[in-house]
Design a protein around this ligand. Structure first.
Ligand code: GLP
Length: 263
């Protein structure tokens, strides 16, 4: 592992490979959970899906099975969910979280929250506003785990032409998916981009950046451009990862050598 280097968008650690980075990420999360429970009696965790964090969850489950980490006092909020989608659809993020984490640890069912892909049309605004209120009522996120889309998205906050102030204020909401995101998700839907839901519900930029700390993971050569632009480029809504520059003291990046190759 390299030493910690400061960039405009946060402190960066580059690991030899993603395996080592995932082990370090699991350690980072376990420490955040223990610290929050010690101080407030519970931990409020913002979680992510996608390929990137799968091995982080594997390692958290291993720590739980070894009796080193309990989720009894953990409350979770996931970043996003496809819309519409049934929770039992294997491609739903609810199913992903059950498969990779919730089914294997002792988290109470009513403390593991995801946006609901079955909310009736016309009520998504109400549902998303309620989700933001639940997070606030739980005292805010102690930490948010983030991945980075190939196009720089965080959660499903896609690149757009909004002014930076407007982008930073975005709440949790329904969004149309960007074509790059749909293309990247097609593999999960049997290679058929037309089977990927056209919309998603996503935690907004505002609640993400309000987390007390943020750990962002990016692995592989295909993330290198988005990583470099987010860390070193201008702050712009066209590269949502660059918005992390506005809260850099609380942001930690764990990269592998490939995703860091153009820094
Ligand atoms: C997905 C998710 C994001 C995730 C990103 C990267 O579509 N909605 O929250 O961080 O895109 O995904 P992956 O880790 O599979 O590259």
């Amino acid at each position: 592992m390299s030493s910690v280097v400061q960039y405009p968008a946060g402190s960066v650690q580059i690991f030899d490979d993603s395996e080592t980075a995932c082990e370090a990420a699991a350690g980072w999360i376990a420490n955040r959970i223990r610290d929050a429970i010690r101080v407030r009696g519970r931990a409020v965790a913002g979680l992510a899906t996608g390929r990137t964090p799968i091995r982080v969850y594997e390692r958290l489950v291993a720590r739980h099975r070894a009796g080193k980490l309990s989720f009894r006092d953990v409350i979770t909020y996931n970043l996003d969910e496809y819309y519409p989608i049934r929770p039992l659809d294997p491609n739903s993020y609810r199913a992903y979280m059950d498969r990779h984490l919730f089914a294997h640890v002792d988290i109470p069912a009513n403390r593991a929250h995801l946006l609901d892909g079955t909310v009736p049309e016309g009520f998504t605004d109400e549902h998303c506003a309620a989700f933001d209120r639940w997070i606030a009522a739980d005292g805010g996120l102690d930490f948010q785990l983030l991945g980075l889309g190939r196009n720089g998205h965080i959660g499903f906050n896609e690149p757009c032409e909004l002014g930076v102030e407007a982008m930073l204020a975005l709440p949790t909401r329904l969004i149309p998916l960007h074509p790059t995101t749909t293309a990247d998700a097609a593999a999960d839907f049997g290679g058929h981009a037309d089977r990927v839901p056209r919309h998603a519900l996503t935690m907004g930029v505002a609640p993400i950046l309000a987390a007390r700390s943020i750990l962002i993971l990016a692995f592989g050569r295909n993330k290198a451009e988005a990583v470099a632009a987010s860390l070193q480029g201008p702050i712009t809504s066209a590269m949502p990862g660059s918005l992390l520059q506005t809260v850099s003291p609380k942001v930690t990046w764990f990269l592998d050598a490939e995703s860091a190759s153009t820094l």
